[in-house]
Ligand binder design. Structure first.
Ligand SMILES: NC(=O)c1ccc[n+]([C@@H]2O[C@H](COP(=O)([O-])OP(=O)(O)OC[C@H]3O[C@@H](n4cnc5c(N)ncnc54)[C@H](OP(=O)(O)O)[C@@H]3O)[C@@H](O)[C@H]2O)c1
Length: 243
């Protein structure tokens, strides 16, 4: 029997991109889904697509950055087995020219919101469950300042929670690097393609990731009962240097 048969998976950010693919794969393994997202239209489209593929799905529109609203929602959720968080805004550029408000915005999104998610989930997770956060890789401190710090923060959060919640619950993260997903929907297609080419040249494996390759890393971490406190880079080796 699959590890997700009869299990409940909460995906914060399951209405698009990597999180939506995680939802599809988990549903195919028998998980019941609770999907959270901000945009009501995207959420409804994801719900309809998942249901038509045979999934059992409950959706809730919430902005996870609103911690008051998030807390209310968590009190209403039933106990669950696994939670995946796709929440984390990004920024490019170095520290010198960045505005303090932008740095704070990204840290609030990537780090503090996921800390709050971890705190709220801790009381709801069933024994044997797991949390999987989204970190990131590929950028450097000098060209991705608050994103870089936010990713380090997620990696530290994962280590701390892994010990605090052991042996009941495991905690890990997946670190994607730049990938073509709807995340870049507001950028002109030409700009997205230029960035894709730049990353493909910098990545030793010579291409950017498929969404499916990223989503399967979340499923792997959910399913392997002896991995905790880890962040797995699914990045084609970008931090190893160029060929
Ligand atoms: N794609 C990349 O190049 C890349 C690289 C490194 C790391 N990442 C990280 O991977 C994660 C997922 O990215 P993706 O590429 O799959 O993007 P995506 O297609 O835009 O999906 C993001 C999902 O998260 C939801 N979400 C985001 N912020 C939220 C919030 N504050 N409250 C509730 N839901 C929220 C979105 O819902 P709405 O659409 O309703 O807002 C959507 O369902 C992000 O954390 C991103 O920083 C992405």
């Amino acid at each position: 029997m699959s590890t997700l048969q009869g299990k409940t998976l909460v995906i914060i950010g399951g209405s698009s991109g990597i999180g939506l693919r995680v939802a599809q794969l988990a549903a195919a393994e028998g998980a019941e889904l609770i999907v959270l997202g901000r945009n009501a239209q995207r959420l409804e489209q994801a719900r309809a697509d998942l249901v038509s593929a045979g999934a059992t799905v409950h959706v809730h529109a919430v902005d996870a950055h609103d911690h008051v609203r998030l807390e209310v929602l968590f009190t209403e959720l039933p106990a669950f087995d696994h939670l995946v968080s796709m929440v984390g805004d990004v920024m490019g550029g170095g520290f010198v020219a960045a505005s303090m408000s932008e740095i704070r915005r990204v840290m609030e999104s990537k780090f503090f919101t996921n800390v709050r998610i971890g705190q709220l989930a801790a009381g709801k997770l069933r024994e044997g469950g797991s949390l999987v956060f989204t970190s990131g890789t590929g950028g450097r401190a000098q060209n991705a300042c608050a994103s870089y710090v936010g990713n380090l923060g997620i990696n530290a959060l994962v280590e701390g929670l892994a010990v605090e919640l052991a042996p009941r619950v495991r905690v890990n993260a997946v670190s994607p690097t730049w990938t073509v997903t709807p995340f870049w929907r507001d950028q002109p297609a030409q700009q997205v393609e230029a960035t894709r080419q730049r990353f493909a040249e910098a990545i030793p494996l010579g291409r950017t990731a498929q969404i499916d390759e990223l989503a399967r890393a979340y499923l792997f971490l959910i399913g392997n009962g002896f991995i905790t406190g880890q962040h797995i880079a699914v990045d084609g080796g970008i931090m190893l240097g160029s060929r």
